[in-house]
Design a protein around this ligand. Structure first.
Ligand SMILES: Nc1ncnc2c1ncn2[C@@H]1O[C@H](COP(=O)(O)OP(=O)(O)OP(=O)(O)O)[C@@H](O)[C@H]1O
Ligand SMILES: [Mg+2]
Length: 586
């Protein structure tokens, strides 16, 4: 649009804004014009939707029934530009005056479809004037008289023409203004969408780099924690019961365990903690940790369950799912605080369409479809929209003792499981957080109950332990040797393969770290299996590249040992594998 058009549109808008309603003003104009001229009056406008068609915009006749009849006739047989008397004037812009006409003459002039109109009442005289605009006529004003108009009609014609030119200008400028408004609104919306997208990308990049950082720190810390935890438990075994140092060493162990909870959250946030994916029933997973949840929550809170009546199969890492439940429940309990409140855990299935998903916290876009959900609601203090916008940021916390990692970890876990998160919160009313996970095929749900636990004599069993961290190797060796195993160690994947090649038949179990130089855990595992496919192999890591673990899926891995392991969890994992292997051989 050029500046003149904009100015005209603006003036047109001001004129129309000064009037309460253009349509209503035109109606009264038609009526007043009709009365002053002693005529029936119809104002036609070219249709915006259907160019070439003339729509009656307003009309008047002293006989309201007749006017109604005309409107109905015109609706059934619309006027077209260039056809009939009105259509010709609306096209050419030339005014037309018929001072005197007989019904027979008129019948020959009008569009045959409109004969009923001129037959219903005698029309003896007519005046048709174009509605002008800057870009040409946009319609016409038709007056029809019941009696013959005398020669005085030249003055009348000028008056009607001036009136029509005012009306035409106002109408066309209003239309231009409306189009301009729509265009501006459209542009503003496009700009807002672009800015929002930019903001999201920046946010995602920020979180991504924080994730890399968090994952790296957690990985290195986990190796250090293996050293601290392992040495603390070995020291406890060595110290006599009456030693005054026991309490301090015990505290070291407890503190290191708390630190390992932290690295767990960091790992989950970085999306690098998803290791053991199985088919689980979401409701049963929650049920199994009910006792834990009950001791976690505030004494003032009542815990309620609302489980789906059907099995809800999901492909998930059970440990991580428990972490999600615990983090959400802890937050709900903190939100309820010292006042009494209710915390509800619900599970179920829901249809999520694009609209529903667009209102969610999507770590990555997910397709619409059926989702399994886990929902934790509380009647606690709720959150303001400003707080709500930040809750998934790592280290965002409003609590004195909070680390701000709970929901960041939840987000990382949900990302790792291709899910989505919905959050509703109102200050003073409470919060609901819904975790949506893709449904798995129900048929393949794994049977749950673990088998009977049999003690295994460690005598004679040999473990090959490969890890690039010296501390991990030395603690691992001492812990396992103390439990009665023979231990060989390798400082990287290549060395592990070489030792295995030389001593394949002497080795009963291989414990591989995932990230090692020269040959990674995955590569070493593949080579070891090609030498002796049935050797049970345990994988251990402080974190893991997700695709690397998926390469392991279904390839007979005996288990996964999350770092930092403790003396106890290491021995238990090794025992469990050897036991189930022994059973399989029997
Ligand atoms: N159910 C809830 N009701 C009200 N506010 C909540 C709720 N859940 C989370 N928040 C808000 O989101 C913030 C971040 O939660 P998050 O779990 O990530 O960290 P935190 O609970 O503060 O610390 P951490 O979980 O690491 O101990 C909280 O500090 C709190 O302000
Ligand atoms: Mg929390």
């Amino acid at each position: 649009m050029n500046s003149k058009e904009v100015l005209l549109a603006e003036i047109g808008h001001r004129i129309t804004a000064a009037m309460p309603n253009l349509g209503c003003v035109l109606e009264t104009t038609a009526e007043e014009l009709g009365r002053v001229m002693g005529a029936g009056c119809v104002l036609f406008l070219e249709s915006e939707q259907d160019p070439g068609l003339l729509e009656p915009l307003c009309s008047w006749h002293e006989d309201a029934d007749y006017m109604e009849f005309i409107r109905a006739e015109l609706a059934g047989a619309p006027l077209r530009l260039g056809e009939g008397l009105t259509g010709k004037v609306a096209q050419s812009g030339e005014s037309l005056v018929i001072p005197e006409v007989t019904p027979e003459q008129l019948a020959r002039m009008v569009d045959p479809r409109h004969l009923p109109i001129v037959e219903a009442r005698p029309v003896r005289s007519m005046m048709v004037v174009a509605l002008p605009s800057l870009s040409g006529p946009i319609g016409a004003l038709t007056l029809f008289f019941p009696e013959v108009k005398g020669p005085a009609n030249t003055g009348d014609l000028r008056f009607v023409e001036r009136l029509a030119s005012c009306a035409g200008l106002v109408i066309s400028n209003t239309q231009t203004f409306e189009r301009l408004q729509a265009e501006l609104a459209h542009r503003e919306q496009a700009e807002a969408e672009r800015l929002e997208l930019e903001r999201r990308i920046q946010h995602a990049q920020k979180l991504e780099s924080l994730g890399v950082l968090a994952g790296g720190i957690a990985h290195d810390f986990n190796n250090l924690l293996v050293g601290i935890l392992g040495n603390a438990s070995l020291a406890l075994l060595d110290l006599p019961p009456e030693s005054p140092a026991r309490e301090s060493v015990h505290q070291i162990e407890l503190t290191a365990r708390r630190a390992s909870e932290l690295t767990h959250q960091l790992l989950a946030y970085s999306g690098k903690g998803r290791f053991v994916v199985t088919r689980i029933d979401l409701s049963r997973l929650v049920e199994e940790i009910t006792h834990l949840l009950e001791v976690t929550i505030s004494k003032k809170a009542v815990l309620k369950f609302d489980f789906a009546s059907v099995v809800l199969p999901v492909e998930a890492d059970a440990t991580q799912m428990r972490q999600v439940v615990m983090n959400l429940i802890t937050n709900a309990s903190d939100a309820v605080g010292e006042t009494s409140g209710i915390i509800t855990i619900a599970t179920g299935m829901t249809e999520a369409d694009e609209r529903y998903l667009s209102g969610s916290w999507l770590p990555e876009p997910v397709p619409p479809g059926t989702y399994t959900y886990l929902e934790v609601s509380d009647t606690g203090q709720g959150m303001s929209p400003a707080a709500l916008a930040r809750i998934f940021e790592p280290f965002y916390s409003t609590k004195g003792s909070g680390r701000g990692l709970g929901l960041a970890a939840v987000l990382g876990i949900v990302r790792g499981h291709n899910g989505a998160l919905k959050v509703y919160s109102e200050p003073g009313r409470g919060t609901t957080i819904k975790v949506l996970l893709p449904c798995a095929e129900p048929a393949e749900l794994l049977p749950g109950s673990p088998g009977e636990v049999l003690p295994v004599p460690a005598d004679g069993s040999t473990v090959l332990l490969a890890d690039d961290e010296e501390t991990v190797r030395s603690v691992g060796r001492r812990v396992l040797e103390r439990a009665g195993y023979r231990v060989m160690t390798a400082s990287d994947g290549k060395e592990a393969v070489e030792i295995f090649e030389a001593r394949a038949d002497d080795i009963d179990l291989v414990l591989l770290d995932m990230t090692m130089p020269r040959l990674s855990g995955a590569e070493a595992y593949a080579r070891i299996r090609s030498i002796r496919p049935e050797v049970p192999t345990l994988l251990s890591s402080g974190y893991n590249e997700q695709d690397a673990t998926s390469r392991f899926a279904g390839k007979g891995l005996a288990g996964f040992l999350q770092k930092p392991w403790t003396a106890q969890s290491l021995v238990e994992a090794v025992e469990r594998v050897l036991r189930s292997n022994g059973e399989a051989e029997r």
